[in-house]
Design a protein around this ligand. Structure first.
Ligand code: SER
Length: 339
């Protein structure tokens, strides 16, 4: 009998750390196997059963993993974020799309082997939206899952296509074969807004201005925000993002009326974020120096998304609104971090 595990890819990223912490508290940490291109940070290692260092493009390594374990659930977090992706679009396509196909393929093989669908939890993003101009953005609030799916970034396109791949591997795989696949993949996806963690600072994203601003202020550094003061996109505190992944994974499949769900918590402007940050850290030096192209990307992302389907189908409800996120989570935790 192979050991039954939960596999987390991209485990050394921001969401990965949060997920490992939550899963290791919730269940037996004996069941978590993590995969990342970089070795897992030391404090995390005791919380998981095995750390694999490897590339999701290495199919042979992934095959070995499937031979070794019975994979029950995959949290496929590995990706190159939107700003990074624009500097190397083809590499981003390989990691974000081919990497995801490889994992879906593994999930399908495992589903066949154990005669039960593997749960495949996939974080997509507000980057899948592409609003044509600021007037449309101001009028289109909140945006539903099926609207404005015309992203302008490689990352957004990759995420949108992978949502479709998830649908293919869970409903239509090999549809012309004489015998229909008996067990496909149980694909479930959340579209995350920008995420703000009190513990880590992200790299390579375009929503990074919010966490960068906060962490700079907390560590006494000046910060020049790369978007305009009136820029508004949805955000969420990291604990809620992790909870969303866990809640979606736990939801009874018959309750899920769609494969892809928006989730959101609050939609402040960059100026509101500055004000909240400055009132918590009195010496904060925050200025605005918009970067034309990065601003151009954020301007195509919605100001607000509609998450009524997630609320109705699997009881999604964020624990933190904007003020609670700052007062109860971000400020106290960040203060402690930089003390
Ligand atoms: N946070 C991501 C990025 O900025 C969006 O999903 O790329």
């Amino acid at each position: 009998m192979r050991k039954k595990i939960t596999l987390i890819t991209g485990a050394n990223g921001e969401v990965g750390h949060g997920l490992i912490n939550a899963l290791s508290e919730q269940a037996d940490s004996d069941e978590i196997v993590v995969l990342d291109i970089r070795v897992l940070d030391k404090p995390m290692r005791s919380k998981v059963y095995e750390v694999k260092v490897g590339d999701i493009l290495d199919m042979q390594m992934l095959e070995t993993l499937t031979n070794e374990y019975e994979i029950d659930t995959i949290f496929h977090l590995a990706a190159l974020l939107s700003t990074h992706a624009e500097f190397n679009p083809e590499q981003a396509h390989r990691v974000n799309v081919q990497g995801t196909i490889n994992l879906l393929r593994i999930a399908l093989e495992q589903s066949r082997l154990r005669e039960k669908p593997v749960k495949f939890i996939y974080p997509s993003s507000i980057a899948v939206y592409g609003l044509p101009d600021l007037n449309t953005k101001a009028a289109a609030r909140p945006v539903k899952e099926g609207e404005y799916n015309t992203p302008i970034t490689m990352y957004g396109m990759n995420k949108l296509y992978c949502e479709h791949l998830g649908r293919y591997y869970s409903r239509h795989y090999h549809q012309l074969a004489t015998t229909r696949e008996a067990y496909m993949v149980d694909f479930r996806c959340v579209r995350f807004p920008g995420l703000i963690s009190a513990i880590t600072v992200p790299t390579g994203g375009t929503s990074d201005f919010a966490p960068e601003m906060l962490h700079a202020a907390a560590s006494g550094k000046p910060y020049a925000c790369f978007v305009r003061e009136d820029t508004r996109i949805p955000f969420m505190a990291m604990p809620d993002a992790v909870q969303a992944l866990l809640d979606l994974a736990d939801a009874p499949v018959e309750r899920l009326s769609q494969l892809v769900y928006n989730v959101t918590s609050f939609s402040p402007t960059a100026a509101e974020l500055r004000d909240l940050t400055a009132s918590a850290f009195s010496g904060a030096k925050i200025t605005f120096a918009p970067h034309l192209q990065r601003q151009g990307i954020v301007d195509t992302w919605p100001a607000e998304v509609d998450d009524t389907a997630a609320k109705a189908d699997w009881g999604w409800s964020p624990g933190y609104d904007l003020h609670h996120a700052f007062e109860d989570y971000l400020i106290p935790t960040i203060r402690q971090r930089y003390q």
